[in-house]
Write a protein that binds this ligand. Structure first.
Ligand code: TYD
Ligand code: MG
Length: 457
């Protein structure tokens, strides 16, 4: 920890000195200097507001509004931020190592440097490595002149450079590599990460520069990661996906300047992350129609409906205890769905292994996908395909009933747009839920009823 130091203050005129004096060097009064302990300074370069300098403002006196956002020409990214970059804000991007955080932020730095100075600070890679990545991202194009690279892990030095350069945007890759000398523990420890983030937050608020922090999520979760920072920063985004698939989802879990429901979809390509404006089409692209065990769910990612293929596979267990494997759906919800299929629909699953997979490496957390999961499993057990133009929407309850889900019109429109002709929905579709004419909406009260209609052939 930083040491506190002692200074001497003249009680007559307020002059401070580092050494004690019998007579004040400023006003000349005798025996007026008294010792005072000074707490360690949090940061040399941030003007800290003290009592006496702040004053309450009328709401109408406060200038600046939402329109101050810096436009970000990466649509999928801007959507998640709530429409652009807010000056003076600190955004944390968390995610597993190798998922594409550096790539996405470097792409952002490149486009933002077209209109102002951008500083990309890396504690992980050398300038050369970053430059070669830039070459890959730009594919031979010119790199902007206003993009500065800095490889540095001492936070105070980084803050000095920010002050000297006056950029409008700073990327810190990653917060776990930064350290301040006052804290004894190593870079990446909770106290270091927290202290560095608070100083960056103060610098952002003081100067109006927008700062993006990269934070690695570690499997153990114990090592200081994005979790300990969530309350310090303004916005927390997570980049998800898995390294076997090319799709990446950017989700917001906290946003002081926008909704937290939006999701950006990207595809990791050979020259960086590319936005996917029609994710449903992309997720259904490899679908094999008329194959048993495949069902289409319509889930909502934020305000965007997303059609995804759910695959179910059942096979006779070779051991007494049947296995259940969930890939992309919640394991406990899968167990529940299997129990409902066994008890309410009468499917024989006790001697069957059940595997469920969401295509594209996607994670579906919405109960609205329950019915599709149930249908995929039932279709595999009966070895009968579901109709190719059919989608299923509905939450499954414990008695096997189908429960209504929100945002029905948006889901139905998306299904129709992608050429689906029939959608099974819970019976209780509200009268104001209107759907496209070309769509045949099949209401069902229960899973049993729904499966009887779609697997009757
Ligand atoms: P990276 O951005 O370094 O991940 P993070 O910063 O989250 O750790 O991404 C690394 C992976 O992305 C690596 O496996 C290579 C791959 N990649 C591409 O597929 N295409 C590209 O254009 C780039 C730059 C990286
Ligand atoms: Mg990285």
């Amino acid at each position: 920890m930083a040491k506190s130091r002692t200074q001497y203050v003249c009680q007559q005129c307020g002059r401070t000195t580092a050494k004690p004096f019998g007579r004040c060097p400023q006003c000349g009064s005798w025996n007026s200097m008294v010792a005072e302990v000074v707490a360690p300074q949090r940061s040399g370069r941030v003007r800290v507001r003290t009592y006496g300098t702040s004053r309450p403002l009328r709401l109408t006196e406060i200038e600046g509004e939402d329109d101050d956002r810096l436009p970000l020409p990466i649509d999928e990214f801007a959507r998640v931020l709530g429409g652009g970059i807010v000056p003076g804000s600190v955004v944390l991007i968390g995610g597993d190592p190798g998922i594409g955080k550096s790539t996405l932020l470097l792409q952002m730095a490149l486009v933002m440097a077209q209109g102002g100075t951008v500083l990309y600070v890396s504690g992980e890679e050398s300038e050369r490595q970053i430059k070669s990545r830039v070459a890959r991202l730009k594919q031979g194009g010119e790199a902007p002149d206003d993009l500065y690279l800095l490889t540095e892990t001492a936070l105070e030095a980084v803050l000095d450079h920010i002050e000297a350069l006056g950029p409008r945007l700073v990327v810190i890759d990653s917060i776990q590599t930064m350290h301040v000398p006052e804290i004894a523990s190593g870079a990446g420890s909770i106290s270091q990460v927290r202290e560095c983030a608070s100083r960056l937050q103060a610098a952002a608020k003081g100067s109006g520069v927008a700062i993006f922090l990269v934070g690695h999520v570690t499997k153990e979760g114990a090592i200081a990661g994005p979790k300990v920072l969530e309350h310090i920063v303004d916005t927390v985004l997570y980049l998800e996906g898995d390294s076997f698939h090319t799709y990446r989802l950017l989700r917001s879990v906290k946003n002081r300047f926008g909704a937290t429901t939006e999701v950006g979809v990207f595809e990791m390509g050979t020259s960086g992350m590319v936005g996917v404006p029609n994710p449903s089409e992309a997720f259904l692209a490899e679908r094999v129609v008329n194959a048993p065990g495949s069902a289409i769910a319509v889930t909502m990612e934020g305000t965007r409906p997303l059609l995804v293929e759910i695959q179910g596979l059942t096979s006779a267990s070779s051991f007494g205890h049947p296995r259940r494997t969930a890939n992309g759906v919640d394991f406990n919800r899968l167990l529940l769905t299997i129990a409902v299929l066994a008890r309410r629909v009468g499917l024989r699953l006790t001697d069957q292994d059940v595997f469920v997979n969401v295509v594209g490496g996607l994670r579906v957390n919405e109960p609205a996908a329950d019915l599709a999961v149930a249908a995929a499993i039932a279709s595999s057990v009966r070895d009968r395909p579901l109709p190719a133009d059919l989608a299923l929407i509905g939450e499954v309850g414990l008695s096997g009933e189908l429960r209504a889900v929100p945002q029905m019109p948006a889901r139905l429109r998306e299904a129709a747009k992608l050429g689906f002709r029939r959608v099974v929905v819970p019976k209780l579709v509200r009268p104001d839920d209107i759907w496209p004419e070309e769509l045949q909406v099949v209401p069902a009260r229960s899973v049993r009823e729904a499966l009887a209609t779609v697997l009757k052939n």
